[in-house]
Design a protein around this ligand. Structure first.
Ligand code: NAD
Length: 258
């Protein structure tokens, strides 16, 4: 007899799941039986992601909206009839050359906006829109993808660190409010991943930044989108009903917990 994570009968919205980490999570949730809602800014990416999951036998629909706009988020979640599982994954990790990646003392307030809008307000918008449906149902699972940059700190990414730390704080506050409704709220804090966003760095064998980064990881490879996917599926399942308000590092041993 095997142990399986069962998400049959649950609808799971994964934001920013047209590629990268979100797509890895969406594939795994679908494989566990959830009906997955692929969200992205890009229709093309969302459609391709949904086609791939359908080809693997998963149940999937698309819902393309911008998580930074509360009005459209609320409308989309209402049109879906609510979701049982919300994975807040949409983010801009600040790839190499991203404007605003510089010492904080050299930034302007306008540089902070793109990071705060997606990584903090985007999460707040989705959580706010999803909660009334979850409360009415008496079941909900929220998993927010945050970053070791916000948990531990990373130079030249001050606004991104602030946004991710803010999103992690939202999790803890909301978890306290909604546990009595059967809703859990947790964070997964990622180390450096290999996704389309960072592909340029990893595909260049001479990239010194990539080499220096890997020396800090006990498991000497960047994270793959499949790495946080199994934990997300578990946290999304009824099995994880007594785990809430927590932050779980998935980071190849970049940091050591106590
Ligand atoms: N890549 C890393 O090294 C790394 C490290 C730590 C944390 N993270 C976090 O993991 C998550 C996923 O990162 P990734 O590397 O897969 O990124 P990615 O850029 O490869 O993919 C992100 C997807 O989100 C979508 N998106 C962006 N803004 C959106 C918006 N406003 N509304 C809806 N969709 C939007 C994009 O179109 C894209 O398809 C992000 O929250 C990121 O901050 C990534």
């Amino acid at each position: 007899m095997g142990l399986a994570i069962e998400l049959d009968g649950l609808r799971a919205l994964v934001t920013g799941s047209g590629q990268g980490v979100g797509l890895g999570i969406a594939r795994t949730l679908a494989a566990a039986g959830a009906e997955v809602v692929i969200n992205d800014l890009s229709d093309e990416r969302a459609t391709a992601a949904a086609d791939a999951i359908r080809a693997e036998g998963g149940k999937v629909v698309t819902s393309c909206f911008d998580v930074t706009r509360y009005d459209v988020v609320e409308t989309a979640v209402k049109q879906l009839g609510g979701v049982d599982v919300l994975v807040n994954n949409a983010g801009n990790a600040g790839g190499v050359g991203w404007p605003g990646m510089k010492p904080f003392a050299e930034t302007e307030p306008a540089d902070w906006e793109p990071f705060l809008r997606v990584n903090l307000y985007g999460v707040m918008n989705c959580v706010r829109a999803a909660l009334p449906h979850m409360i009415a149902k008496g079941y909900g699972r929220i998993v927010t993808i945050v970053s070791d940059a916000g948990r531990i700190g990373e130079s030249h990414m001050g606004a991104y660190c602030a946004a991710k730390a803010g999103a992690a704080g939202l999790t803890r506050g909301v978890a306290r409010e909604v546990g009595r409704h059967g809703i859990t709220v947790n964070n997964i804090s990622l180390g450096t991943m290999r996704t389309p966003m960072s592909e340029g760095m990893w595909s260049n064998p001479d990239n010194q930044q990539a080499k220096a980064l890997l020396r800090q990881y006990m498991i000497r490879r960047p994270g793959d989108p499949s790495d946080p996917a199994g934990l997300t599926a578990y946290l999304a399942s009824p099995m994880a009903s007594w785990i809430t308000g927590q932050t779980f590092p998935v980071n190849g041993g970049y940091s050591v917990g106590q």
